[in-house]
Write a protein that binds this ligand. Structure first.
Ligand code: CP
Length: 351
């Protein structure tokens, strides 16, 4: 029994499939990858998230997705993404089902498609999917019933689009909306990072002044310059005068073979210490998608310091995921009174 979709190679994804994300009017239908989306869509996500950030700080719940059923399908471990997707759905008044994959019938040999058909039969409206194989969310989006929406919560080393958008939201909140003025350095294991790929696409789409990737040769893909980034193998040079430093963890679960001598040596060369962070601009911020590995890629004093926005990223993840859920499932809510707690008008529009 096949329990996984046909694996697609990373280089195919984004070239032939991304456009299934948009409907005939060019509106977001699924959210699978940043690749191929325009500045207008990214700014719409950020603007919508901004309105939800206010909701989260005050009323906590709006009725935009009342009556909708959202299924979290996480085939891979997650703390931040799964819980913030769940909170986002609940704050939009949707019903949420968290599939426990390890005790689901997929462990008895049911195929992914059969699992999906059964969930569809329960009148579901959205699948939020995390999977170790690149391309799984695309595969699901291609096979679900037309009314169902699919959000990619991380697929292999390919993409993590909601993470990238919450990162853009964090940068915009801290540095303003003009990304053209910014120098952003992404540091660490770029090779295995779906987050880095999605961040690079998002930063370039938002016309960031300079995007740098920094790390050892073994952890930076060849020809990455073609994505519109400058490559540095020396950390001090790579973060010099940066406005934003984004640290990544070593993704050992995706590494094949010995790419690094040891974690201690990695920290000596690429760990972000306070002394090194002082080479960035005085008002630079440090970010990390989590989970952080203290003493491997980042020193605790930096992770917990005044210029760290790592926990803000988590908080903003709720608003950004609310934005993407409402845009794909509930239509464009910009201009509506989302603070209206009666839900009558929104629900009528959402039918
Ligand atoms: N940033 C991120 O994807 O974290 P989780 O693996 O905990 O979801």
């Amino acid at each position: 029994m096949v329990n996984k979709p046909t694996r697609r190679t990373d280089n195919l994804i984004g070239q032939d499939l991304w456009n299934i994300q948009l409907d005939e009017q060019g509106q977001l239908k699924h959210f699978l990858t940043i690749e191929g989306l325009g500045t207008n869509i990214l700014n719409q996500i950020l603007d919508t998230a901004e309105s939800f950030a206010g909701v989260n700080e005050s009323v906590k719940k709006v009725p935009l997705l009342r009556g909708k059923t959202i299924v979290n399908l996480f085939f891979e471990a997650s703390t931040r993404t799964r819980t913030t997707f769940e909170l986002a759905a609940k704050r939009l008044s949707a019903d949420v089902l968290n599939m426990n994959i390890s005790v689901s019938a997929t462990s008895k040999g049911e195929t992914l498609l059969d699992t999906l058909r059964n969930l569809e039969a329960m009148q579901t409206d959205m699948f939020v999917v995390r999977h170790a194989d690149s391309g799984t969310a695309h595969f699901i989006a291609q096979h679900v019933a037309p009314h169902i929406r699919v959000l990619n919560a991380g697929d292999g080393r390919h993409a993590h689009p909601t993470q990238a958008m919450l990162d853009m939201f964090t940068i915009r909140r801290n540095k303003g909306a003009d990304f053209g003025k910014l120098r952003v350095a992404i540091v660490g294991d770029i090779m295995h990072s779906r987050v880095a790929r999605s961040q690079i696409h998002a930063l370039n789409t938002l016309n960031t002044g300079e995007v740098r990737v920094v790390g050892p040769k073994t952890l930076i893909p060849k020809n990455i310059e073609s994505m519109g980034v400058n490559v540095f193998h020396n950390l001090e040079e790579g973060i010099k005068d940066a406005d934003v430093v984004i640290m990544l963890r070593l993704q050992k679960e995706r590494m094949q073979g010995a790419l690094l001598p040891s974690e201690q040596e990695y920290f000596q060369l690429y760990g972000l210490t306070e002394e090194r962070f002082n080479l960035a601009k005085p008002d630079a911020i440090v970010m990390h998608p989590g989970p952080i590995n203290r003493g491997v890629e980042i020193e605790s004093s930096v992770a917990d310091g005044d210029r760290s926005v790592i926990l803000n990223q988590v908080t903003y993840g709720i608003a950004v995921r609310m934005a993407v859920m409402s845009m794909t499932l509930g239509g464009n809510i910009m201009g509506r009174n989302i603070m209206d707690r009666s839900g009558t008008s929104q629900n009528q529009e959402n039918k």
